[in-house]
Design a protein around this ligand. Structure first.
Ligand SMILES: CC(C)(COP(=O)(O)OP(=O)(O)OC[C@H]1O[C@@H](n2cnc3c(N)ncnc32)[C@H](O)[C@@H]1OP(=O)(O)O)[C@@H](O)C(=O)NCCC(=O)NCCS
Length: 186
């Protein structure tokens, strides 16, 4: 799967699955993320070493990772993870909703700072939604929710039909959001 993306300022990018040759580029992408973005996106260590580890242990039955790139660099990274994370399962149970990680994986997106708000993830999202449908995924659950103050992300998720299920507090308020593809939100 490889698809073209054109940003709002008419730059062209490719969206594709991560592969074992991407370690260096992905590591550079992680290294370049600012503290502001790291404060909002922290699914795992964002280091070149961790990029090596990810690229040398790809197992798409467990986790699917996508990147957006141009000829110079990776500018976006998207995770769909089928691991049953106890925190997520328990929080959703507290909202009266059973999530099953085999069909309700967690989802986490990140765009490089200088490319944020250029329409890139919006185009990726339509591709991810098609991909999810083709894999019989029932819903995407936001990994760790999103920070209540992250207005861009919340507007972005709302635009694609993610629904807010509840809030929880870490050092700040977070909002649990989930996008259902079936006609039920249970
Ligand atoms: C959240 C993120 C993945 C979105 O990707 P993106 O490529 O920047 O998003 P897009 O440009 O496609 O869309 C952003 C939308 O938010 C809107 N937006 C921007 N700033 C906003 C604000 N302050 N309030 C409300 N909406 C806002 C934009 O208008 C745009 O919608 P539109 O295209 O309908 O006009 C990306 O910004 C990012 O990685 N941010 C840092 C890390 C992060 O927050 N990850 C998510 C953790 S839950």
């Amino acid at each position: 799967m490889q698809q073209t993306i054109i940003s709002k300022n008419k730059e062209s990018f490719v969206f594709r699955e991560l592969n074992e040759n991407d370690a260096k580029r992905l590591g550079n992408f992680f290294s370049m993320l600012t503290s502001d973005t790291r404060a909002k996106f922290g699914p795992h260590p964002l280091t070149p070493e961790y990029a090596e580890k990810l690229c040398s242990s790809i197992d798409t039955t467990k986790t699917i990772r996508f990147i957006v790139e141009n000829s110079f660099e990776v500018v976006g990274y998207f995770i769909i993870d089928f691991t049953p994370f106890e925190n997520e399962v328990n929080r959703y149970l507290s909202y009266g909703t059973n999530i099953d990680s085999k069909i309700d994986p967690v989802f986490a997106p990140c765009i490089a700072d200088k490319y944020q708000n250029c329409g890139i993830a919006s185009q990726v999202m339509t591709m991810i939604i098609d991909y999810a449908a083709s894999k019989n995924i029932r819903s995407l659950v936001l990994m760790g929710g999103t920070q209540e103050s992250n207005l861009l992300a919340r507007a972005f998720y709302n635009k694609f039909g993610f629904v807010e299920y509840g809030t929880f507090f870490t050092e700040f308020n977070n909002v649990d959001m989930r996008l259902c593809f079936a006609d039920t939100q249970k």
